[in-house]
Design a protein around this ligand. Structure first.
Ligand code: NI
Length: 255
């Protein structure tokens, strides 16, 4: 049993063969998928998928790329969505200084605002951080999420990982840990405590080896589990069950 803690199955690339994608993941032992929103409509689609499929849970929030679009009405609607029982987290939220699609000042304001909304809703947060390590650290230290959080597709150094682990966060690993140039991520995965790691695909993005570059789907979370097992010198089943337990703890509303 594996929990893919971060996917975007509402993406249009699955329109043609959604049922086959679902059949493949279920028959391969992926028993839960968290579908993650990045704006208001994808958050609504995530909640709808969670209502329609037992194995899907939802996260809702505004991605830093879309920070500029958020209004008071957006927050009111997200707070209402957050009351749905299968919404387990507020995300993905954070800072993206790689693509800079919204002005940095607005990204920061919207990140801080959503930490307080997550606190109000009683949910942990899912953090997207790209090339913004220092500012992300400053914000989570100044505005600690009450119900904890996850660094999705963790991409920082082991130095930064130690800080965020000490602050109580979980580290989620995705396809990039399988890439040939993943030296830093492999080092982090090797050192991270077993009870603080999660696995994800970020489907349809970040496809693990050996399919890098093609469309991703939750089935391939198995490649991430396999790689972590190899790095930590444990069995596939050990990593699958431990990451499932960890996800059940951080995404408490699951139970
Ligand atoms: Ni994502």
């Amino acid at each position: 049993m594996i929990w893919d803690t971060h996917a975007h199955l509402d993406d249009l690339v699955y329109t043609e063969d959604f049922q086959e994608v679902v059949a493949r993941l279920l028959s391969a032992g992926i028993s839960r998928v968290t579908n993650v929103g990045y704006d208001l409509s994808s958050s609504e689609r995530s909640v709808k998928l969670a209502q329609d499929y037992d194995f899907i849970h939802a996260a809702i929030g505004i991605h830093p790329h879309n920070a500029e679009e958020a209004t008071d009405e957006t927050w009111a609607k997200l707070l209402l969505l957050a009351k749905q029982p299968k919404v387990l987290a507020w995300g993905e939220i954070g800072l993206d200084y790689y693509r800079d699609l919204s002005p940095r000042l607005i990204q920061k304001e919207v990140f801080v605002q959503q930490i307080s909304l997550a606190n109000e809703a009683g949910l942990p947060i899912v953090i997207h951080n790209r090339d913004a390590h220092q500012d992300v650290l400053e914000i989570i230290k100044a505005h600690p999420p009450k119900y904890g959080g996850v660094f999705h597709c963790y991409s920082g150094s082991w130095e930064m990982a130690k800080i965020v682990l000490n602050l109580g966060f979980y580290l989620s690993f995705a396809g990039p840990v399988t890439y040939k140039n993943a030296r830093h991520t492999v080092e982090v995965a090797a050192q991270a405590p077993l009870d603080r790691i999660l696995v994800e695909t970020d489907s349809p993005y970040l496809t693990p080896e050996p399919r890098r570059g093609k469309r991703n789907e939750p089935l391939y979370v198995r490649e991430v589990v396999k790689k972590l097992a190899e790095i930590k010198n444990l069995s596939f089943e050990d990593i699958a069950s431990q990451t499932m337990r960890n996800a059940e703890i951080i995404f408490r509303r699951a139970e």
